[in-house]
Design a protein around this ligand. Structure first.
Ligand code: ADP
Ligand code: ASP
Ligand code: MG
Length: 473
């Protein structure tokens, strides 16, 4: 019997009606498959948890109590609407209530200390998934499907990089196989918390915002799933963010490489690490709509298929900053680039792209905006001597930028793709500040002014993505 891992996102478990649809989908799948379920927190819950902790740290003792009340209502409404047996209803109510008590205790502690460490933030943020999972599992039992909950903190072992923890693969795989395979063998449907893990010492961590997709991929890989299905609130991976581009279309098939770049460069539909555990095992991913399960969705596989226009999608990433290190004396001074990037790495800043500048007298690259000040300071201190000799004049960060990326396999091999993309931007009056092309065959990225992103994305979508085959430069 084939094994399917199915992950349901926040909207998919967002209220009683949605959770009932989830149960329909799992019930149908469980007829012919072994099914492993991974769930997110109910929509909006993770945001509320984080807001509560931040407000408590800032000295607000009221907001977290209001949020606790909101969390109670949200979960209680779903429990009441869905669970008919008194025993289950009371048991699940008590379980959620205990978690909300824990939330209030944690927030009180944060309020007293006026400090929310990354460790404390993860403890708070992990509560959403711990509250949603028992409801889903109880509803499955009510429908006659044997099911139990499992906390991913018992399965996914991570380092202690709180809020964006790195997974320790071998230990995690051993845990997953030991804990989940016997359950699946017994015909149970385990419902596992997405998003969370724990350090070797058992301290709760999270895998970064949107991390439930990654959780599902890890668990799916480790139980030898035949496929991983990501159930969300749109019909699949689309040619652009549908909130930005209303006529975006579903892409029927994509390769791991393409989807990896799309997710990395801002397509929120999948967490950027999702495909990593699946690539080497060659496990296909389907992205499907909980609210329109008949739609085919997007199939993500190893195979790379070029389409006539090459460009399949356009994405954008906000909250980034363009850092430039410049000076006449830079040419011919060996090791400047290496030292610059090692200073960046020490600040744990992720370099999203390294761009070619218009002159050879500068290096420029893009980092998350939250890290830009720190990165510039680190470079200034690393290159102090060069600054002193005026070999380097300046290092600065420009926060008023965003990245637009076009994705599609064959980008490097096909001539004229970049010309068409730049042509579209030109027509829309968007100035390109920097370009990165060549690091992968899947994408070209451009840095533009923040105010130009939307019109740039729309222009590329209209002139290049939709008009792929016949478009001229
Ligand atoms: P979930 O809670 O199911 O994980 P998310 O909100 O994290 O859902 O991701 C789904 C959302 O991603 C969609 O509602 C859509 O607005 C957004 N999105 C952004 N870019 C894309 C894209 N290229 N294709 C599909 N959806 C996208
Ligand atoms: N609940 C988490 C978040 O909102 C994880 C997820 O939904 O994937 O970031
Ligand atoms: Mg998501």
């Amino acid at each position: 019997m084939a094994t399917l891992t199915m992950k349901f996102g926040g909207t998919s478990v967002g209220n009683a009606e949605a959770i009932a649809r989830v149960a329909d989908i799992v019930q149908e799948a469980a007829r012919e498959h072994r099914v492993l379920v991974v769930c997110s927190a109910m929509s909006g819950v993770t945001n509320l948890l984080i807001e509560a902790a931040q407000r408590a740290a800032a000295g607000d003792s009221a907001r977290y109590q209001v949020i606790a009340q909101e969390l109670r209502q949200k979960h209680e409404a779903a429990i009441r609407a869905l669970l008919t047996s008194d025993v289950e209803r009371i048991a699940i109510h008590d379980e959620v209530e205990a978690l909300i008590d824990e939330f209030e205790t944690l927030c009180y502690g944060i309020y007293v200390l006026r400090e929310a460490s990354p460790k404390a933030m993860d403890k708070v943020a992990s509560l959403g998934e711990r509250m949603s999972v028992p409801i889903v599992s109880a509803l499955l039992r009510q429908r006659g499907i044997p099911s139990c909950t499992v906390s991913a903190s018992r399965l996914i072992v991570t380092d202690d990089q709180f809020q964006n923890a790195g997974v320790l693969f071998e230990e995690s795989e051993a845990n997953v196989r030991r804990e989940l395979l016997p359950l699946l063998d017994q015909g149970l449907v385990p419902v596992v918390t997405g998003f969370i893990g724990a350090t070797r010492d058992g301290v709760v961590t999270t895998l970064g915002r949107g991390g439930s997709d990654y959780s599902a991929a890890l668990l799916g890989a480790y139980v030898d799933s035949d496929e991983v299905w990501i159930w969300t609130d749109v019909d699949g991976v689309m040619t652009a963010d549908p909130r930005l581009v209303p006529d975006a279309r579903v892409i029927p098939v994509l390769s791991y490489g393409e989807v990896g770049e799309m997710a990395y460069f801002g397509a929120k539909v999948l967490h950027s690490k999702t495909v990593q555990p699946l690539v080497e095992r060659n496990i296909p991913v389907r992205v499907k709509n909980t609210f329109n399960p008949q739609a085919e969705g997007t199939l993500i596989v190893r195979d790379e298929r070029e389409t006539p226009g090459t460009v399949k999608a356009v994405t954008a990433i906000r909250d980034v900053s363009l850092v430039t290190v410049a000076g006449r004396g830079m040419i011919g001074v060996p090791g400047i680039a290496a030292r610059t990037f090692s200073a960046v790495a020490k600040r744990q800043a992720n370099v999203l792209m390294i761009a070619q500048s218009s002159s050879e007298q500068s290096i420029c690259f893009v980092v998350p905006e939250a890290k830009s000040r720190e990165v510039v300071a680190a470079i200034q201190s690393e290159l102090e001597a060069e600054f002193g000799r005026q070999d380097i004049d300046r290092a600065w960060a420009d926060d008023d930028v965003e990245i637009i990326t076009v994705v599609g396999v064959g980008m490097l091999r096909k001539h004229g793709v970049a010309a068409r993309v730049f042509g579209a931007l030109g027509e829309a009056g968007v100035n390109i500040l920097a370009i990165a092309h060549g690091a992968s065959d899947y994408c070209v990225s451009m840095v533009v002014r923040s105010q130009d992103t939307e019109k740039g994305v729309r222009a590329i979508h209209r002139l290049v993505v939709l008009n792929g085959g016949g478009a001229k430069a």
